[in-house]
Design a protein around this ligand. Structure first.
Ligand code: FAD
Length: 444
C-alpha cells in the first residue's frame, strides 16, 4: 500500500509543498540521526508556516519541531532563558512571566515559532528595539553532518553570528538562549490623525514612545497611529495563560468578519477601495484601545489576524521614512491599485547581524498586504520598485523578487554568511531550489 504524500501549506495558502516526509523528532539525538542518514531531497525546517515566501517548501523533507516546544531554563539573575526552537511565540510570554522575565519586543501576531521568527528577523516597532534575532545570545543547532553544536559569542563566534538569522540554511536550530528584560506591562493608545502631519512629526513620535507605528489605508488622508509605553510599577491582575493566549489569537471578531466582507467587495468592485479606506480608517480608530488600557506586554503586542493575505515588506533607512511612505501612497493612488488593506509603518533599531534587513542602519519598515485571490504583483511590484529606489531591503519571510546578486551588494557580510553556511552544511542538504536562487548567483 502506498503511503499518501503529505501536503504542507503556508498560512496564506500561496505556498504548497508535497515532501516525501515530514519529520517530527522528539529530541535532538533523533533529529541528528535522521539528518545524518538522509540522502534524498532538501531538508527544510518549518515553524508555523507564517512566511509568505517558499522558504520551507521541499519535495524532500520538512522538519517540524512541534514536539520540541517549551522552556528549558530561566534565570531572573542573569536575565536569560533557554527555550526550544519549536515554541510558539504565544507560549513565550506566560512561560517567561512565571520567572519575572519578558521579551523586549514582539511582532504583531504570536502564532509563529521562535525558530521561524528568529530565523527571518521578525520584528515589532520601536526606535530603540531590534528584531527578535538581536535577543539571541546562544544557539544550539543540528548541522548537515548531524552534529549537535551549541554556539555563542565566545564559542564559534562565526557560526553564532550566522545562526542569529539564517532562514533555516545552517541546519535545524533546536534551542535559543535569549537575553530578556524584567516582565513589564504596557499602556496602549491609538488615534486617527492627518497623514501628512503624522509624517512631519515622525521623529517626535519615535522618541516620545517606546513603540510607535501607524496604519495607512492609502486612499484615505488620515492614518491610525498606535503607541505603547511601559506602565511603570503597574502589575495588571489579569494574566492570560498559554491556553488563553492560544485561543485569543484564533478568535474571529465581529470587526474581522466585517473586514472580510469589505475585502470581497474590493475584490469584485475594485473602485470601491477609496470609499472603504476612509470608512475603515474611521472604524479602526473607533475600535482601537482607549487611552489608559494597560496589559502585560505579551498580551498587548499581538492581534488576532484571521483574514488571510499575502504581504511584502521592505526596510528602508529611517532618514527616508517620510519620503518613501509618501512615494508609495502616491504610486498606489496614481495607478489606482485596488486593495482593502492598510500600509503598516514601523521603526526598527539598527543591528550587526550579517543578513539582517536592519544591518548597520536605523530603519523603518513599510508593509503592503493583498487579498490572495487578487493580483498581488500590481501592488507588490509598485511597492518593491519604490522601496528599492530608497535602498530598501526585503523581509526574508515576506514576498519579494530579489536574488543572490541583489543580496551580494546589499549585505557587507554576505560572503561571511555563505562561508558559515557551507561549513555547517557542506553537502547542501538544506539547500532547496528556492534557497539556491537566494544564495547562488547565475540561477534563473
Ligand atoms: C499574519 C502574519 C503576521 C506577521 N507579523 C509579522 C510582524 O509583526 N513582524 C515581522 O517581522 N514579521 C511578521 N510576519 C512574518 C513572520 O513573522 C515570519 O515570516 C516568520 O518567519 C514566521 O514564523 P514561522 O514560525 O511561521 O516560520 P516559517 O515561516 O515556518 O519559517 C520561516 C523560516 O525559518 C526557518 N525555520 C523555522 N524553524 C526553524 C528551526 N527550528 N531551525 C532553523 N530554521 C527554522 C524556516 O526554514 C524558514 O526559512 C507575519 C506573518 C503573518 C502570516
Amino acid at each position: 500500500m502506498n503511503t499518501p504524500t503529505p501536503v504542507w501549506t503556508n498560512w496564506s495558502g500561496a505556498v504548497t509543498a508535497r515532501p516525501e516526509a515530514i519529520w517530527r523528532p522528539r529530541d535532538e539525538a533523533e533529529l541528528a540521526g535522521l539528518i545524518r542518514a538522509h540522502a534524498g531531497g532538501p531538508i527544510r525546517p518549518a515553524g508555523s508556516g507564517h512566511s509568505f515566501t517558499p522558504l520551507c517548501a521541499s519535495d524532500g523533507v520538512i522538519v517540524s519541531l512541534e514536539h520540541m516546544a517549551g522552556l528549558i531554563s530561566a534565570s531572573p539573575e542573569t536575565g536569560e532563558a533557554e527555550l526550544w526552537a519549536g515554541t510558539p511565540v504565544y507560549m513565550v510570554g506566560p512561560l517567561l512571566h512565571a520567572h519575572g522575565l519578558g521579551l523586549a519586543n514582539q511582532g504583531d501576531v504570536d502564532r509563529q515559532t521562535l525558530g521561524g521568527a528568529i530565523g527571518t528577523g521578525t520584528h515589532g516597532t520601536g526606535v530603540d528595539l531590534g528584531s527578535l534575532s538581536t535577543m539571541v545570545c546562544g544557539v544550539t543547532l543540528v548541522t548537515g553532518a548531524g552534529d549537535i553544536l551549541t554556539v555563542d559569542a565566545k564559542n564559534d563566534r562565526e557560526l553564532f553570528e550566522a545562526a542569529r538569522l539564517s532562514i533555516g540554511s545552517l541546519g535545524v536550530v533546536t534551542r535559543f538562549r535569549l537575553k530578556l528584560r524584567p516582565s513589564y506591562a504596557l499602556n496602549e493608545a491609538s488615534w486617527a490623525a492627518d497623514a501628512e502631519e503624522t509624517l512631519n512629526r515622525l521623529e517626535e513620535y519615535a522618541v516620545k514612545h517606546r513603540h510607535f507605528e501607524f496604519f495607512w489605508f492609502p486612499y484615505a488622508d488620515r492614518v491610525v497611529a498606535k503607541s505603547l509605553d511601559i506602565a511603570e510599577g503597574v502589575r495588571p491582575e489579569r494574566v492570560l495563560d498559554i491556553a488563553g493566549m492560544k485561543a485569543r489569537g484564533e478568535r474571529v471578531s465581529a470587526e474581522e468578519k466585517a473586514f472580510q466582507h469589505i475585502g470581497r467587495m474590493v475584490r469584485y468592485v475594485p473602485w470601491t477601495s477609496a470609499w472603504f479606506h476612509r470608512f475603515l480608517t474611521r472604524q479602526m480608530a473607533a475600535g482601537e484601545a482607549k487611552p489608559g488600557r494597560v496589559r502585560w506586554s505579551w498580551e498587548t503586542f499581538p492581534s488576532a489576524r484571521t483574514t488571510r493575505f499575502n504581504e511584502m515588506e521592505y526596510a528602508v533607512p529611517r532618514e527616508s521614512a517620510a519620503a518613501a511612505t509618501r512615494a508609495l501612497v502616491a504610486r498606489i493612488r496614481a495607478e489606482r491599485i485596488p486593495t482593502a488593506f492598510p500600509i503598516e509603518f514601523r521603526f526598527v533599531k539598527a543591528d550587526d547581524i550579517w543578513i539582517s534587513p536592519f544591518h548597520g542602519r536605523e530603519s523603518v519598515t513599510l508593509s503592503v498586504h493583498q487579498d490572495p485571490k487578487m493580483d498581488q504583483w500590481r501592488l507588490f511590484g509598485a511597492a518593491e520598485e519604490i522601496c528599492r529606489s530608497f535602498g530598501g531591503r526585503p523581509h526574508w519571510g515576506k514576498q519579494h523578487r530579489l536574488k543572490a546578486a541583489d543580496f551580494e551588494g546589499m549585505y557587507p557580510r554576505w560572503a561571511d554568511f555563505q562561508a558559515a553556511r557551507r561549513r555547517a552544511d557542506p553537502e547542501d542538504k538544506f539547500l532547496s531550489p528556492y534557497l539556491k536562487e537566494l544564495f547562488e548567483t547565475g540561477i534563473a
